[in-house]
Design a protein around this ligand. Structure first.
Ligand code: PGA
Length: 251
């Protein structure tokens, strides 16, 4: 399986800024993702179309949206449909990111509706899961991951191609805090995630990329990518600058 090197740009970068960063990235990568790696950048809605155009300069590079609404169209002020995302040239979407769960207040059921609808409408989905520090310290790690995976993957269409889905494990306490989970934490938690994925997805589970996210940076990316059951990384802060994201991509 190719390693998936994913960037989450969150609420950073206008269209022009996205293009400038992607142009720099294309130059640093000499126009192609390294052997055995694929790149996906989740960009703000307002930058999607221009970012998709600029990403054409990077072989093995794709663009995704950071959110989606589970309806084809309608009176949903401020929301965006899978067709609108695809029309911008983007092929991926994030669902269940911890900021949407814990800052915006999205429910686990709603995350599941978005995931299923986006997959049914031809987008590739990266479903994010992860526990808060309080949940981990109360011994609820496995319960939380199981609930988020079960509800997040509820109603996923059976005909979903295996390459359309990825799971990103991101401990909430490691996102944007500079605190990375230890390699032991990652190995242990990814093994639990993989086991739960096998229960839910059956034989597709081993072909579904399982990424780690949470304060990934050039200094730790190589050792994280070498761990068992780590099929890629999802990077926030350290993906905003082309040079640091390039170091991670090449780690
Ligand atoms: P971070 O963010 O790398 O800044 O911790 C990761 C994420 O939110 O996906």
């Amino acid at each position: 399986m190719k390693k998936l090197m994913a960037a989450n740009w969150k609420m950073y970068k206008t269209g022009a800024e996205a293009v400038a960063t992607l142009n720099e990235l294309a130059e640093l990568l000499k126009g192609t993702a390294p052997e055995g790696r694929e790149i996906v950048i989740f960009a703000p809605f307002t930058a999607l179309e221009r970012a998709s155009g600029a990403m054409e300069a990077i072989k093995g590079g794709m663009i995704g949206a950071e959110d989606v609404y589970p309806a084809a169209e309608g009176a949903f002020t401020g929301e965006i449909s899978p067709a609108m995302i695809k029309a911008c040239g983007a092929s991926w979407v994030l669902t269940g990111h911890s900021e949407r769960r814990h800052v915006i207040g999205e429910s686990e059921d709603f995350v599941g509706e978005k995931t299923a609808f986006a997959l049914a409408n031809g987008l590739r989905v990266m479903l994010c899961i992860g526990e808060t520090l309080e949940e981990r310290e109360s011994g609820l790690l496995r319960n939380v991951l199981e609930r988020q995976l079960k509800l997040g993957l509820k109603n996923v269409p059976a005909e979903t191609p295996v390459e359309a889905l990825a799971i990103a494990y991101e401990p909430v306490w490691a996102i944007g805090t500079g605190k990375t989970a230890t390699t032991d934490d990652i190995v242990e938690t990814h093994a639990i995630c993989r086991e739960l994925m096998r229960e839910i997805l059956g034989e597709k589970a081993d072909k579904t990329p399982l990424l780690y996210g949470g304060s990934v940076k050039p200094a730790n990316a190589g050792s994280i990518l070498a761990l068992d059951n780590v099929d890629g990384v999802l990077v926030g802060g350290a993906s905003l600058k082309a040079d640091s994201f390039t170091q991670i991509i090449n780690a």
